[in-house]
Design a protein around this ligand. Structure first.
Ligand code: TNX
Length: 534
């Protein structure tokens, strides 16, 4: 409708109306509507932007003479990143320059963006004469680049030159900024290990959808994945296996720093999670004095939870935990250290509260903010703190509500919506199903602001798409479970509530598919989306 009329309407809103009328028109039909990708590239930007207005009939074509103009030194890394995205498929030189070029250019600038875009937003303006991407920070420019790449044909993602393609960007303007400051993706590298290259690959995957935190679940019963000076057996023994009995693995501290730096180059902050006082069998298989009977446990390769506990009252345990936390603090430029705290069924409630209160204080004493699963609200974590809700009901405990009311920030990862490790439907493999199955629509159809009864919208810090690793035996498994549900959770974190519309979202997804195919991202062709062939 808006496409034909060329009306200057915010595409996100107009698209919602279009989808609504289509669905209404089909309501008597047995077959569900299968939304095709939007013909207007601006309606295909995912997460849906705050405002996207196409200028009909005009475009800017990236060509062999196009330069990438970084108008300030702070814009240079993002311009270089953009060049890295565009050069392989186009085969063009696309020089990054620091002086205004006389010819056609894509300009990245830290001046001129409206104040409303804030720390992570951007304005993208495409005219026949050139493209100007403006923001107040390099992070905002980076998010704008993610939108810009989506306006190009999917083949832009090819890592080999594509002959005979046209690299036209339709003209228009996007003004965009996030709904929530926290848009997380978690990755469990403990149940199955993913090496540095795989983690970096996943960082690139999630960065496309404007995720800004990577929560790395580094330790669990089945594996301890980070080297800690002074405790060599953590990696010697604790890292030597994984679910199913594979060889496991771990990151040296140098490798971990590499992951953190790589994430930072994508404006993503890594949050390390050292899970305690439960989920510690791997550590206890390496150091028997972490248990109360002093005996090392047997390495564990199954998928049960809740059976292990640190001997919370022991000085040996406290020395161990404070050493680990101090080293993680030193490896972490970000604000948060996650101390886990979930499923501590082998720890008494009193021991749990005392121990997690102490662990949170360790983190805070080293200048970081403690984060943990929702049960940490049973301890006195102090303020600020972040509690991540993973339950499947909308009724948190009174301790959780009290914490949220008194300043604890809430990250929402309700398992029946945001757990990417759950099966899509009963027949899909891999995946667990204790909170599922979680079909695409279920991962999208909830509102973080109103989800939890008794938790004010003002306490909601954001959302997280959680990826547990029990059933992940390869990187392909990881992408299969993440796509297309990760974009659903990412959109809840970024897009304004007014843009929320399942039919329009499914069209945006269909528009992503050619990019995924060209980039080699595996995905599940969920029913309900008119996935293009190929
Ligand atoms: C529950 S979510 C867990 C994890 C499992 C996950 C599997 C949470 C805080 N604990 O230990 O891996 O379910 O879906």
């Amino acid at each position: 409708m808006n496409r034909k009329q060329g009306s200057r309407v915010a595409v996100a809103a107009a698209f919602g109306l279009l989808a609504g009328s289509l669905l209404a028109g089909c309501s008597s039909s047995a077959a569900p509507a299968r939304p095709a990708a939007p013909a207007d590239a601006y309606a295909g930007i995912l997460p849906a932007p705050v405002s996207a207005v196409r200028t009909p009939g005009k475009q800017f074509a990236i060509g062999s003479g196009t330069a990438l103009y970084a108008a300030s030194p702070a814009a240079e890394p993002v311009a270089a990143y953009l060049a890295g995205l565009l050069r392989p498929a186009t085969g063009y030189t696309l020089p990054v320059v620091s002086a205004a070029p006389s010819g056609p250019a894509i300009e990245l600038t830290l001046s001129g963006a409206p104040a409303v875009v804030g720390d992570e937003g951007y304005r993208l303006s495409v005219e026949p004469s050139g493209i100007v991407l403006s923001a107040q920070t390099a992070a905002g420019l980076f998010e704008g680049v993610q939108s810009l790449r989506q306006l190009l044909p999917g083949s832009i993602e090819s890592r080999k030159a594509v002959q005979g393609a046209s690299w036209a960007v339709p003209a228009g303007t996007v003004t965009d900024y996030p709904r929530y400051a926290y848009r997380g993706a978690s990755l469990d590298v403990a149940r199955h290990f993913f090496d540095v290259a795989e983690v970096e690959h996943y960082i690139d995957d999630v960065a496309r959808y404007k995720i800004d935190y990577l929560h790395l679940h580094l330790t669990d019963d089945q594996g301890w994945r980070i080297a800690i000076d002074g405790y060599p057996a953590l990696t010697g023994i604790g890292a030597s296996t994984e679910v199913g009995g594979g060889t496991g693995g771990y990151y040296t501290q140098a490798q971990y720093k590499e992951i953190v730096a790589y994430a930072a180059s994508r404006y993503i902050t890594v949050i390390p999670e050292i899970d305690m006082p439960g989920h510690v069998n791997a550590a206890e298989s390496a150091y028997g004095d972490l248990t109360c009977d002093g005996r090392a446990t047997t390495p564990y390769t199954g998928i049960d939870t809740g059976f292990s506990t640190l001997c919370t009252g022991s000085q040996t345990v406290k020395t161990f935990v404070s050493t680990v936390l101090k080293q993680m603090v030193a490896l972490t430029p970000g604000s948060y250290i996650d101390i886990g705290g979930d499923e501590a069924r082998a720890t008494s409630a009193t021991d749990y509260a005392g121990f997690m209160t102490w662990a949170a204080a360790q983190v805070r004493a080293d200048g970081k903010t403690p984060m943990g699963w929702d049960a940490i609200t049973n301890a006195q974590t102090g303020s600020p703190a972040v509690a991540e809700y993973w339950g499947t009901s909308d009724s948190p405990t009174s301790a959780f509500k009290a914490a949220a009311a008194s300043g604890t920030k809430v990250v929402l990862a309700p398992a029946n919506h945001a757990y990417l490790d759950q099966k899509y439907d009963k027949d899909t493999v891999p995946g667990l199903d204790w909170a599922g199955p979680v079909p695409l629509a279920q991962s999208y159809e909830w509102d973080p602001a109103t989800y939890l009864a008794g938790v004010p919208a003002s306490a909601v810090y954001g959302v997280e798409a959680a990826m547990w690793g029990e059933t992940l035996t390869s990187f392909a498994d990881l992408e299969y479970l993440a796509f297309p549900r990760l974009p659903a959770v990412a959109e809840l974190g970024w897009s304004p509530p007014a843009a929320h519309d399942l039919g329009a979202f499914e069209k945006r997804l269909a528009a992503q598919a050619p990019h995924w195919v060209a980039a080699g991202i595996g995905f599940y062709r969920t029913p309900g989306v008119d996935w293009p062939r190929g």
